[in-house]
Design a protein around this ligand. Structure first.
Ligand code: KG4
Ligand code: ZN
Length: 339
């Protein structure tokens, strides 16, 4: 069975084709994927412009689909299920992926399957050569979400804790903006931090000692703003690098501590890190070190699959289909929803 997946929740248009083997035939396999990032287009505005995002998804989605099919040596008629990101995300952007998916499926006489964007991130490490085994703790750190979850199987998710305000990616992005870095700030701040000394600034670690796997990053952003104001109009390159390093250190320390707390509370020995912030090298370094000490195995998606992509959506759909857990919709009825 072949699943075609579409991702269009924010500023990446992703398309992928995944093969679901017959029962007992092993894990689903990624046949091909294609991605277009809108980052350059939005950079001029300092953030994602929803209307522009939707229009660009419209421009990209069919050419990317042709690319994926060609690379996989497949044709549209080979597709058995059309999956798409149902949400959360930008409404207009989501509607492009959903509309294209439902139209294609209706034309092909095949069903559709709506996928939760975060489930896509969560299951993205299953696209690697060394996939995790259930159960595990998942640290989901994206631009919009920061959650710790206990994952017993596909669809069996228990949220242990989450952010009460900003997401970790948001903390990276907002702090980066205050430091005059381009959108999306996370990777730029991480690069600047490499030249900096994290101990040069003291920044808060909100909720670090709350004893619960919950997060709060809004205060950190305010503290960064205070420091930026103190530095005045012409901070030196070193001061900016130091502040970037201090910001990253504060975010990473909280993420590591809370992940360890969730592992300790549940007694689980596997950690899966997913979402854009999972690409952060300092987070990976510290998590690897802390987990090695505790005989905990850490799994990450491939770097290129940390941020939004179509492969994770097709994979999540495939894993649900394989377990008989997918709610398929008859596309010919034309109904679909985005959340
Ligand atoms: O998962 P994602 O692509 O989109 C959402 O679903 O939100 O995550 C995007 C977030 C952005 O906040 C971006 O700045 C952050 O992931 N990010 C990083 C890095 N790469 C991406 N943050 C820190 N370090 C990175 N290397
Ligand atoms: Zn995402």
């Amino acid at each position: 069975m072949k699943v075609l997946g579409f991702e269009s929740s924010c500023d990446e248009t992703g398309v992928a084709l995944v093969e679901v083997p017959e029962q007992g035939g092993g894990a689903p396999q990624l046949l091909a994927q294609a991605l277009h990032s809108q980052i350059v287009m939005h950079q001029a505005y300092g953030g994602v412009v929803p209307e522009l995002a939707s229009r660009d998804h419209i421009r990209r989605v069919l050419p990317l689909t042709r690319e994926v099919l060609a690379e996989a040596g497949a044709e549209l008629k080979d597709v058995d299920v059309v999956a798409y990101t149902q949400g959360p995300g930008l409404a207009g952007a989501l509607l492009v992926g959903a509309g294209v998916a439902v139209s294609l499926a209706a034309a092909l006489g095949k069903p559709t399957l709506g996928v939760h964007h975060l489930e896509g991130h969560l299951l993205s490490p299953f696209l690697s050569n060394d996939p995790p085994e259930f159960p595990f703790i998942a640290l989901l750190v994206s631009g919009g979400h920061t959650q710790l979850m206990r994952v017993d199987d596909v669809g069996q998710y228990e949220i242990l804790g989450e952010t009460i305000d900003d997401a970790a990616g948001e903390a990276f992005d907002k702090s980066a903006k205050l430091l005059g870095l381009p959108y999306p700030g996370g990777p730029h701040l991480a690069r600047l931090a490499e030249q900096g000394d994290a101990s040069a600034f003291e920044l808060p670690r909100p909720l670090l000692h709350s004893g619960k796997p919950d997060f709060s990053f809004a205060g950190l952003k305010t503290a960064v703003l205070t420091q930026v104001k103190k530095l005045g109009d012409a901070p030196t390159d070193q001061q900016r690098a130091d502040l970037a390093a201090a910001t990253q250190a504060a975010i990473v320390e909280v993420l590591v501590k809370k992940s360890l707390l969730a592992l300790k509370e549940t007694g689980l020995k596997r950690l899966v890190v997913a979402g854009g912030v999972g690409a952060n090298a300092e987070l990976r370094r510290q998590l690897n070190a802390a987990c090695a000490k505790r005989q905990v195995r850490v799994h990450y998606p491939e770097l290129s699959l940390c941020t939004d992509n179509g492969a994770m959506i097709a994979m999540a759909a495939a894993m649900r289909l394989q377990r008989g857990m997918a709610t398929l919709h008859d596309a010919a009825r034309g109904s679909f929803e985005v959340r």
